[in-house]
Design a protein around this ligand. Structure first.
Ligand SMILES: [Zn+2]
Length: 410
């Protein structure tokens, strides 16, 4: 394979410094016993672990034992969701800390000078493209700040178990998703609020469509209501803030309910006031979603449409192991004949009558509002945090059960 050239974007490329300190490392296994990730925890004094401007990040405080355990839980759940290429080696993730009341995650993009498409180093490792491209000797990095993290031991659950503090497992899960490719390569070409796509698009950028359904193009200017770019008919037009990610798997999940998974140029403060979100469409803005940039997020894992985006990125995910079916539309009467059971070894079909064991599997997820659903098929789950059905639809979703719906006791 032709060697790819590495570019680090937005942040300066800094060569990895060899640390002479013994890092705390943990190997993360899939449910079937394959090693998938290696986490390297950077304590104070362990050296640089992640790019930043003007200096790379070095940890300023030490994660405690419970916090490291919960980060391990989050990464383990990714090892359950994504089946890496069988020939792949461990994907290495650096984890450290900073003083900000925030968290961040990334993985540097790989590209060739003549290519308009890029994947991240973590994607390359998991997809079997190659694992030799690393930053600070890792394929992805994330940093945990001084957020008001919950302090209770982790128990798998579909919703954060405490109202108020930030869910630590969810935060770590979210940050690693950026490294998996949920990020856009956008730079401010002419000063603040002048976003343009880089000369190449990542996996997310490749599926982006603007307000008018037109695909994103490398180098393109981006228009939005709080952007400073002048009007240009060739620009990516997100002035109505209705851009979205489109892909085949996403389309299969969403059906006619929406054209794709929404992304946003704007974010909203607690007061409801809007501001420019300079993460530039690097989140999925489904209502209160785990991967959104919304003030209130109450999912602890990806919804089916979000998993479908990762399938469209090329990851091997047996989506039906985690969702029996989902309803994204509103105001419908549905007789749902989709069941939820254990998957066969190949991950190609259900084994009717046998209980699904996915940690956070969901037999039926109702996202839309005001639906009436008659559930005709069994939903059988015994995963640690996998209720058979759940809905977020408002104001009222009616669910009539005409089949067995079996939930674990949690
Ligand atoms: Zn994020």
């Amino acid at each position: 394979m032709k060697k790819l050239k590495i570019f680090a974007l937005m942040l300066p490329f800094v060569c990895a410094a060899n640390s002479s300190f013994a890092l705390e490392e943990r190997t993360i296994y899939s449910p079937t016993g394959e090693s998938v990730f290696k986490i390297r925890f950077f304590d104070v004094g362990d050296g640089a672990f992640m790019s930043n401007w003007p200096e790379p990040l070095q940890s300023t405080w030490n994660l405690d034992r419970l916090q490291k355990e919960k980060i391990t839980n989050a990464v383990s759940y990714w090892a359950e969701l994504i089946k890496p290429d069988p020939d792949t080696l461990l994907a290495v993730i650096n984890v450290g800390t900073f003083e900000d009341v925030n968290a961040a995650g990334t993985s540097d993009p790989l590209t060739k000078p003549d290519s308009f498409f890029s994947i991240t180093q973590l994607q390359a490792a998991l997809l079997g493209v190659g694992d030799e491209w690393r930053t600070f000797d890792s394929h992805a990095q994330f940093v945990m700040g001084k957020m008001n993290f919950d302090t209770v031991p982790y128990i798998p659950s579909q919703q954060p178990r405490h109202d108020g503090p930030a869910d630590l497992v969810g935060t770590a899960f979210h940050e690693l998703a950026h490294g998996l490719g949920v990020l856009n390569f956008v730079w401010e070409a002419k000063g603040p609020a002048t976003p343009h796509f880089e000369s190449f698009l990542g996996s997310l950028g490749q599926g982006l469509r603007d307000d008018n359904g037109n695909p994103a193009r490398p180098g393109q200017a981006i228009l939005c209501s709080l952007c400073n770019n002048p009007y240009d008919p060739d620009a990516f037009d997100a002035r109505k803030d209705q851009a979205y990610f489109y892909g085949e798997n996403v389309s299969e999940v969403l059906g006619d309910a929406m054209p794709g998974v929404p992304v946003r140029m704007l974010a909203y403060k607690f007061t409801g006031e809007s501001r420019l979100d300079n993460n530039y469409m690097s989140h999925f803005e489904l209502k209160n979603s785990m991967m959104s940039h919304q003030f209130y997020r109450n999912y602890t894992t990806f919804m089916e449409a979000e998993l479908a985006v990762l399938q469209d990125f090329g990851y091997d995910i047996d989506r039906r192991n985690f969702f029996g079916s989902s309803v994204y539309g509103n105001d419908q009467y549905l007789e749902n004949n989709n069941g939820y059971f254990k998957r066969n070894r190949e991950g190609t079909a259900y084994l009717p009558g046998q209980y699904n064991t996915a940690t956070l599997g969901l037999g039926l997820h109702v996202y839309g509002d005001r639906n009436t659903i008659v559930q005709q098929a069994d939903l059988l789950s015994e995963g640690a945090g996998g209720p058979a059905s759940g809905w977020t639809g408002r104001p009222i979703t009616l669910l009539f059960l005409k089949a067995r719906v079996c939930m674990p006791m949690v």
